[in-house]
Design a protein around this ligand. Structure first.
Ligand code: ADP
Length: 356
């Protein structure tokens, strides 16, 4: 169990590439933090700096109040689970899980107890004598997690641990990780490019882009109150719709839309009178109604809901209706945007104009 503090951390690789800019985060004991963002945004670099696998160019890292900025990885009491599992092919599952403890010259009985305990948590008792090649992807991933568990580390680090698994297995392993966190109550930092993993696993999400932290908050904070266009478009699937509108005397208008400025923007919108701003609306916040005309392009039934992709004039809009619908291409329907769910962003700075 541990808390961490990352202060003003920068990473410049020897070739001059700056991968992380001024990263600041305080992690509480037992918290599940997910670093999320597109490929190349600096997530793995940040995680590897926490692990001690990459040097911190400037800034500081403390674990339980102790400065570990320049401490070698083996002394940090951290265990990392990698995307490629990194198992030893010639060792059995048991030996793989025991390996770090053998290196530490732990007592044989203690090692046995810890390996059996991890096997119990992960449902691996029947696999202990097998070699990694005889295991499925999900089982290999469990062994990699088991290897981390036996070390009883202060912090668990996960680098895209589920990305080599197929979609169904990813879902079940995700739920296993949630149960594992519940059971171990350890501090965990998890890297993924998958917004679903971030929303489902995290106590708090750190959303990154181009080496910069964009927003830190609970999943619902990022979903309901994204601070800028990047977070608004990255979190949520299907993504939020973005529409240019002009601020016009308490209304937001363009050639196909006229909606009142939502209450929560009334205090800040006057600065934008006559200007173009970006209206964001999530697909599920569009309902069948009477104000906006949409020409149906594609109707996708997903079981308990339907995605309707259509055009408002030439602008593509996606709606997510709760019910089963069977619109045909070319059908014209009228929809409403739920006013309290409208987001407004400054077109130049990309920042939200106001929050709730
Ligand atoms: P992510 O994990 O979000 O995909 P990374 O942290 O791996 O991103 O990479 C962030 C940036 O740093 C990228 O531009 C990447 O090309 C660069 N980078 C990563 N590792 C190195 C390295 N060893 N040397 C130079 N540049 C690197």
């Amino acid at each position: 169990m541990a808390d961490l503090s990352l202060k003003n951390i920068n990473k410049i690789y020897p070739n001059g590439v700056q991968a992380v800019f001024d990263f600041n985060l305080d992690v509480s004991d037992g918290e599940f933090i997910v670093l999320v963002g597109p490929s190349g945004c600096g997530k793995s670099t940040t995680l590897r700096m926490v692990a001690g696998l990459e040097e911190i160019s400037s800034g500081s890292l403390t674990i339980d109040g102790k400065d570990v900025t320049n401490m070698p990885p083996k002394d940090r009491d951290i265990a990392m689970v990698f995307q490629n599992y990194a198992l030893y092919a010639h060792m059995t599952v048991y030996e793989n899980m025991a390996f770090s403890l053998v290196l530490r010259h732990e007592d044989k009985n203690v090692i046995h107890e810890k390996v059996m305990q991890a096997a119990e948590i992960l449902g691996l008792h029947d696999q202990l004598n097998k070699k990694p090649a005889q295991l499925s992807g999900g089982q290999r991933q469990r062994v990699a997690v088991g290897r981390a568990i036996v070390r009883n580390p202060k912090v668990f680090l996960f680098d895209e641990p589920l990305s080599n698994l197929d979609a169904k297995l990813r879902g079940s392993m995700r739920r296993e990780l949630m149960l594992l966190h519940d059971r171990l109550k350890s501090t965990m930092i998890y890297v993924t490019h998958d917004q679903t993993e971030a929303l489902t696993l995290a106590d708090r999400i750190v959303c990154m882009s181009d080496g910069y932290v964009q927003q830190i908050g609970t999943p619902i904070e990022l979903y309901d109150n994204p601070v800028n266009l990047f977070v608004a478009s990255f979190i949520g699937l299907p993504p939020m719709n973005f529409i240019d509108v002009t601020v016009n005397n308490g209304k937001l208008t363009n050639s196909y839309l006229e909606v009142p400025v939502p209450d929560r923007y009334k205090a800040t919108i006057s600065a934008y009178e006559g200007k173009t701003v970006v209206l964001g609306i999530r697909p599920e916040d569009i309902v069948v109604g009477s104000t906006v005309e949409l020409t149906v392009d594609i109707n996708e039934n997903l079981g308990q809901n339907t995605l309707v992709h259509g055009l408002c004039k030439k602008k593509k809009i996606t709606c997510k209706f709760k019910e089963w619908a069977e619109y045909k291409r070319g059908d014209i329907l009228k929809v409403d945007f739920k006013s309290e769910k409208i987001h407004l962003f400054d077109k130049e700075t990309t920042k939200v104009i106001a929050t709730k």
